[in-house]
Unconditional design. Structure first.
Lengths: 244, 279
């Protein structure tokens, strides 16, 4: 077993850039707890207030990572308290009723990585690496899967009916470990970066080695800007949490 | 590649609804309502959905330009009233701000905790049913062509305009096919304008939905409308398939004698650009 589990204290690097650099509006959100819980959420831009919804989801997950139907109902109730529906003009009321949508990717690091529990709804991506090699990804495995419309958590409970058809503790969860890996690392990212990574997984230099060099917010912004300009990355809010 | 442009405030797309308001639209269908009344209802609901999909907590974003061209008797005019009656096409934000009236309706909703609550919901109306006179379809499509040409010139990089044409049949001012062909040839860099036709009828006949050929169509008017219709692009064909319709390679955006749900779906599928598909 690698000795790095005992030796290394992993401090996460977390970077985010908005879809439009000049705009600064960013509907991604991330949060972490002192107990080793990390959460990332990508708010869907075409919905009422996905930024607030994403923020509520990550804060709640970092505080309590036991995702259940009651957990989600409480998150929806918190969101609804932000607005006075009855006083809204019709178009905002209609959009509020339709719902706000966001992904949720949560990671629990237990015992310095002996167990890593990944929970995911939507198309944000978790990646387990050993050096520059990708060992596992969740919930998507191929770049082509990003073209499908993802199922996202919504503030309108009707839109969450898909959760009734899945086992929350099985279908939405992957269990990983750092055990046996020489240079283990864990990355969490929103879909634009996830698509970029899976599209280039066999490229040289490897996408992991490129991301490994990104150590500051400015470097991350430069990297995203260059990849967008080259047409290799979708223009979208883009967030990375990295535990190297 | 066609029909791939991202729809944004910088590059909006355009929806044009071309609505037959001729006298025969007052015929009552099997569902007990006039064709004009039903079409007006579906159009109001479609506009509501388009506005809703552009509305965020901080306002309405101009992802779409929308116009209604109404024709009946000798007239081809905008279908909008009030402040929207000047010009044909308006940004979706202007559409949201200028309704004819807002009605209050009750709607049942899931309360998120296993129960149902009844909520008062505001429902906007832009378009009232009308039906009188002949069917100047050729003139209406000529007006549409002019409107679409102007729009494409101003938005060369946008997802191309989609035209949803609703009629109960026979043009009374000449053959419309040649004009429709010209209309379908107008384009942006992302593809040619899409013309979809809905043939509503109280006269019976089997429902024909997104056909690939005109063999099943019983009269020359519906065959003409079939030929006037654009093939469904891949993403709309996929969405129609998801809704349970049988769609094949070469299926056209044409429906003959659809039931009420089919008519609702025609509007929903036709106004399903990438923006909404991706939420």
């Amino acid at each position: 077993m690698s000795s790095c589990l005992e030796q290394k204290v992993r401090l996460p690097l977390a970077f985010t850039v908005p879809k439009v650099f000049e705009d600064q509006r960013n509907e991604d959100s991330f949060h972490r707890s002192r107990k080793g819980v990390y959460a990332l959420s990508d708010g869907a831009s075409v919905s009422f207030d996905s930024a607030s919804w994403a923020r509520i989801l990550v804060k709640r997950y970092a505080r309590n990572p036991e995702f259940t139907h009651a957990w989600l109902a409480a998150a929806i109730a918190e969101f609804r308290k932000l607005y006075d529906r009855d006083s809204m003009p019709w178009m905002q009321q209609a959009s509020f009723d339709r719902g706000s949508f966001a992904s949720l990717l949560g990671v629990r690091m237990i015992d310095a990585g002996r167990l890593i529990q990944v929970f995911s709804v939507g198309d944000s991506l978790a990646v387990l690496c050993d050096g520059d090699e990708i060992k596992a990804t969740f919930p998507l495995a191929k770049a082509s899967e990003f073209t499908r419309s993802p199922q996202l958590l919504c503030t309108n409970p009707v839109q969450n009916a898909f959760l009734d058809k899945v086992d929350l503790n099985y279908d939405l969860v992957a269990d990983w470990t750092f055990r046996g890996l020489e240079q283990p690392a864990l990355l969490c990212m929103t879909d634009a970066l996830g698509h970029w990574l899976l599209s280039h997984r066999d490229a040289e230099p490897s996408p992991i080695s490129i991301l490994r060099k990104v150590r500051t917010s400015d470097a991350f912004a430069r990297f995203v800007k260059d990849e967008r300009a080259a047409g290799r990355m979708k223009r979208d809010d883009t967030t990375l949490i990295a535990l190297w | 590649m066609s029909y791939e442009a991202e729809i944004s405030r910088e590059h909006p797309t355009c929806f044009l609804f071309v609505i037959d308001q001729s006298g025969s639209m007052d015929e009552v269908t099997e569902a007990g309502r006039s064709k004009a009344n039903f079409v007006a209802d579906v159009l109001n609901k479609t506009l509501y959905t388009l506005v809703t999909s552009c509305s965020k907590a901080d306002g309405v974003r101009n992802y779409f330009d929308v116009g209604v061209i109404a024709y009946g008797g000798q007239e081809v005019t905008t279908g909008f009233g009030g402040a929207l009656s000047e010009g044909i096409v308006h940004p979706i934000q202007a559409i949201s701000e200028h309704t004819l009236r807002v009605e209050e309706r009750n709607k049942k909703m899931d309360d998120g905790a296993g129960g149902i609550v009844e909520l008062k919901t505001k429902f906007p109306i832009w378009f009232d049913p009308k039906s009188a006179g002949g069917t100047p379809m050729r003139a209406a499509l000529s007006k549409t062509m002019q409107t679409v040409a102007d729009w494409c010139e101003r938005h060369p990089a946008s997802y191309p305009p989609t035209i949803l044409h609703v009629t109960d049949g026979q043009s009374t001012d000449g053959a419309p096919e040649e004009v429709a062909e010209g209309l379908r040839r107008l384009s942006t860099r992302d593809g040619e304008a899409l013309l979809f036709n809905l043939h509503v009828t109280a006269g019976g006949g089997s429902e024909v939905v997104f056909p690939t050929a005109d063999a099943e169509l019983r009269d020359e008017y519906s065959r003409t409308l079939f030929r006037m219709s654009s093939p469904l692009p891949a993403h709309l064909a996929r969405f129609a398939g998801d809704k349970g319709y049988s769609v094949a390679d070469g299926s056209r955006g044409f429906i003959f004698n659809g039931d009420p749900q089919c008519i609702v779906d025609f509007f929903e599928i036709g106004t399903r650009p990438k923006l909404v598909a991706d939420r």
